[in-house]
Design a protein around this ligand. Sequence first.
Ligand SMILES: [Zn+2]
Length: 610
Amino acid sequence: MLKKFLVCWGIATFVGVVPAVADAPKHNVVLFVPDGLRPSIVTPETAPTFAEIRDKGVNFVNSHSLFPTFTMPNSSGMATGHYLGDTGVFGNVLYAGFIIRSETAARLAFIENDGIIGDIDNHFAGNFIDEETILHVAHRSGFNTAAIGKIGPTVVFDHTSRGGGESVIMDDATGTSAGIPLAPWVIDGLKAEGLPTEAPSRLTNKDHGDFKTPGTKDANIVQQGYFASALTNVVLPKFKADGKPFVVVFWSRDPDGTQHNQGDSFLRLEPGINGPTSMAAIRNADANLAMIRRTLDKLGLTETTNIIISSDHGFSTISKQSQTSGAAKQAYPNVPQSLLPPGFLAIDLAAALDMPLFDPDNGNAKVESGQHPADANGYIGEDANAPKVIVAANGGSDLIYIPSGDRALTQKTIDALLAQDYVSGIFVEDDLGSFAGTLPLSAVNLKGAAQMLRPSIVVNFKSFSTGCSVPTMCAVEVADTGLQQGQGMHGSFNRGDTANFMAAFGPDFKQGFIDEAPASNADIGKTIAAILGLLPESHGKLVGRPLAEAFPNGAMPQWERKTLTSEPSAAGLRTILNYQISGDTKYFDAAGFEGRTVGLHTDATMADKK
Ligand SMILES: [Zn+2]
């Protein structure tokens, strides 16, 4: 097929007309996202399918998750080719500034939820991300499209098409009133294959334990087995029969969900996320992709289908330790003595600002001494309905909103952050002016065309390694979460979180190619569009690049490594940012205060060459 395409091109060029690319046979794309898979853990033993695709196809060794390194932000980047400053998906938990859900009057929400994404879309006349997704443009360009897997990031790939008649959307909520409806042919196909029309739950994989109970020892086998069966037994055979090209996204919750919840390392930093339960989750995701590959083979689609693997972010083990936090010095009924409680940032900020703290996840109830916010989020100020400072807790970094834009309050908040040993790097809304010790949001592509409310401050938490030979493989980070020390988290600016697994194999990629140029999840969206000749509508300017050097005959781009350093705070703290730049596209390696972020270098020339 590729040959035929090239011949057509040659003739068209000869006669001096624009080649009819649209008439050439199109290839297919399967984007497989192993949520939270770290690149260095992939070997032929731990993950044979991922390793084979990486080693036979393109191995993107200089890969990047988008910061904040959370799932929803990175799904928006992959789906649109834009950075978060354009997509507005700054975290998994966002403060909207408007009432997202009328029944609960919630202005702050965890957005891995089809209904909540729909509600936010409705507020913005149908598309809160305001950039066209690859599935949406593919469908209107004549492709069959499907997104299957973890709730939240899955629907992002075609969140404006919620009727079931365009992209197939299957996730945790499939078959319930909270889910996206399935087209009749999908329902009939599931029934014919003896598969339920309602997605199974995560069963014991959901068990995260508590301060006296270790979390799960089980990977997400059953639920993902269902999604993989639906794709391979129903969706792909139909797409083959239709004879149309297709784009499929399979978002594997493993290893993420299991690495978060694993009970291998209860309250201990080792083995952390390197224990047997996490390894079983990696094998589970790998087995799902192996099943998809077998089906492509069986259907005769291997030669025409590109498989792109990109995890949304890396992962780290959780630390709950701090010497400076007042929150850690209080006693709580469900937090081990002297460890940081969920919501430590909100508690410490409220104390420093001398204002009351309210819990948006508990009916705006006041948080008294010896209590912590239920889900770590906090409203700070005298009036819970008009908070002065909002903490949207996300994990390895948190978002802080200061609706008034008051510079003095912002300075007091920054001073409180600079006083804590768990902080490593602060990014502040450009419009509020410059603050010693901090860098502007624009420095990390968080200020663009987004419709969603931008956070005033993004605060990154400290990370360190437990001393293994590859520090990113045993990274530990302070995380604002209900999970326990020793479980897993991401979201920080340490290289263990910003390094994601990226590989590609298929007719539109080189073989046996190690790509050392910087690559990111924003590039994934641009690369898929380029391969398939799709032209998504685009508004913002913060975009990735097609990874053209990985295409057959593609040339290596130019790029360079740089370091940006803030003015020092009164105590001498500087936010340092290591990044790379190729053309206009920036890639963010690591950021934070010196000595408090894994993989951070104070001099660009010292930067990790991997
Ligand atoms: Zn994720």
